[in-house]
Design a protein. Structure first.
Length: 142
């Protein structure tokens, strides 16, 4: 039971980070929809940066995420856009296909964001995400 519910006591630490991230995105969205979307991509590294250093201040994590995402927001947008046909198929199948595609998309985005954090090129993240997708399709065919 400890393994199953052991992380629930960390919710009090994680909640302010996500709450502040959401508030900033909402405030930017009040200006216009496009700045809100841009800031959502700029703050996409916040969960990963928090997990690396949970003792860091929330505002410094947000600033660091913005710094790291400079020049990579369009690449992340293109990665999300590549999964649009899958989500449309998920709508057609009443969400059943989403159980298959969401873990794959989460893995691809995580790989992409970790490569940015490590300082590798962003385009390799998109290529490797497509390789992950191709490998998954090859396993289905076998």
């Amino acid at each position: 039971m400890e393994d199953l519910f052991g992380k629930f006591n960390e919710i009090a630490k994680i909640f302010p980070v996500y709450f502040l991230q959401t508030i900033f995105i909402i405030l930017w969205s009040l200006l216009f929809i496009i700045p809100g979307i841009i800031k959502a991509f700029a703050y996409s590294l916040v969960p990963y940066l928090y997990l690396d250093n949970p003792d860091k201040d929330v505002s410094s994590i947000l600033k660091e995420s913005e710094e790291l995402m400079k020049g990579h927001k369009a690449d992340l947008f293109m990665l999300y856009l590549s999964y649009l046909p899958h989500h449309l198929l998920g709508i057609i199948t009443c969400g059943i296909y989403e159980f298959y595609i969401m873990p794959q998309q989460t893995l691809a985005v995580t790989k992409f964001l970790l490569e940015i954090k490590e300082g590798k090129t962003a385009n390799s993240g998109i290529v490797e995400a497509q390789v992950i997708e191709d490998n998954t399709q090859n396993k289905e065919e076998q």
